[in-house]
Write a protein that binds this ligand. Structure first.
Ligand code: TRP
Ligand code: SF4
Length: 400
């Protein structure tokens, strides 16, 4: 009943690296050609863990947006915006918090993990506990049907679905409501069922309030009804309730996992990353100095790609023929490591070339990025307000 829509966000962590590109951005860029997409900078989410260092948020936000545009997110195809510029996300977060059991938040796996991993930070905060609920608001406020995320985020999407279901249950109509209501009508017995339907029509089509009252009185008297059927029939009399929030699906990134220069996950904090817009010389130097299979001490020592982080890059960047050349050459000491690394260097530089080109105009004129985001904020805000109108009404806050 609501149109398909894609929503996803990223925390502003400064400039992005190729791990982000292969892990997430590439997927976003593909999706923008398939469905209406909204992508936002999750600046509030960044504050949940960096609340003590707000100076980096703004700079990181703009750097990340330039990277998005450089990578190929196209503002004519997708809506790019900043979370905090659509303050309705916070309003929905607050409203959802009223009926969200604490246990749901405490049992999200990332919660305990992160508290342990970032032990040097005090994350026993209200904001951090609410991280996945804010994320739920980010998505539900656009009635998104799909959320492209990495697999670490799947529990967050699961929780969003529960939040949406609970909201609809509390404030809207359940799925299949119409049929269930009609089944319940039959359970009234034929005489009462006929009367119920007549009164319902009188009320809904002719606005007769006394018909509504009479029907309610009849339901109160109908001993044979279960509680839930009685609820349904009360709701069905008024008849206009609807699904307010949509349960989103996770769209897992099919991405190839791009390892860092040392074979571990690519991450700025490990110092093993290649930036999205790293210059050629630096890419060349970084790959040339990558560690390889320790067995290859001398050029004549054979090696095994399975023990070499360079091989993992070949798996992402090289075609079958090149990979075959690597395996043969490595195991037979037919090629040297510097030689082996060259196709990877070439492939990375080739991948980055259009990114440098696209970035240039935004670096020359940063007001272009500001304008794109201003437009995106407006588009997003309009959509958010549509949902909020229904949410406010459903929660008794319409005051019109
Ligand atoms: N939690 C996500 C991450 O760390 C970022 C995020 C915030 C997000 N809100 C979102 C992702 C909504 C998808 C949808 O990557
Ligand atoms: Fe690694 Fe290639 Fe050297 Fe083998 S030849 S150890 S795969 S860099």
């Amino acid at each position: 009943m609501y149109p398909d829509r894609v929503v996803s966000g990223m925390r502003p962590t400064g400039s992005m690296h190729l791990g982000h590109y292969h892990g997430a951005l590439k997927n976003w860029i593909k999706m923008q050609t398939e469905l209406p997409c909204l992508f936002f900078v999750a600046d509030w989410h960044a504050l949940t863990t960096h609340y003590d260092d707000p100076t980096i948020i703004e700079r990181s936000t703009w750097e990340m947006l330039v990277d998005w545009l450089a990578a190929g997110l196209d503002p004519s195809q997708s809506t790019l915006f900043i979370q905090s510029r659509v303050p309705e996300h916070a309003e929905l977060h607050l409203l959802l918090s009223m009926a969200t059991p604490l246990g749901w938040l405490e049992r999200v796996p990332t919660y305990k993990d992160q508290i342990e991993n970032l032990a040097n930070k005090d994350l026993a905060t209200y904001g951090f506990l609410g991280y996945p609920l804010l994320q739920a608001a980010d998505v539900l406020i656009y009635r998104a049907s799909q959320v492209p995320v990495g697999d670490d985020q799947v529990p967050h999407i699961e929780m969003m679905r529960e939040i949406a279901r609970r909201f609809n249950h509390l404030y809207g109509k359940e799925k299949g409501f119409e049929e269930k209501a009609q089944d319940a009508v039959k359970k009234l017995g034929s005489k009462r069922a006929k009367l119920y339907n007549e009164l319902r029509t009188d009320y809904q089509q002719h606005g007769k309030d006394d018909a509504l009252e009479q029907a309610k009185a009849m339901l109160d008297d109908a001993q044979s009804l279960s509680m839930i059927d009685r609820e349904r029939l009360f709701g069905y009399l008024e008849g206009s309730r609807k699904l307010i929030l949509v349960e989103p699906q996770a769209r897992l990134t099919v991405a190839s996992r791009l390892p860092g220069l040392d074979g571990r996950k690519m991450s700025k904090s490990y110092g093993n990353a290649i930036a999205l817009r790293e210059d050629k010389e630096s890419v060349t130097k970084k790959v040339r100095t990558m560690p390889t299979d320790p067995a290859r001490v001398r050029r004549t020592d054979p090696g095994d790609p399975a023990r070499c982080p360079v091989w993992q890059l070949h798996e992402v960047y090289s075609d079958a023929a090149t990979r075959e050349w690597v395996v043969q050459g490595c195991k037979s000491a037919g090629i040297g490591c510097i030689e082996c690394k060259q196709p990877v260097i070439d492939a990375i530089i080739k991948e980055q070339e259009p990114m440098h080109e696209r970035a240039q105009q935004y670096l020359d004129d940063p007001s272009l990025v500001r304008a794109i985001v201003a437009d995106g904020n407006d588009v997003a805000r309009k959509l958010a307000l549509e949902t909020m109108r229904d949410v406010r009404e459903a929660m008794g806050l319409a005051y019109s």
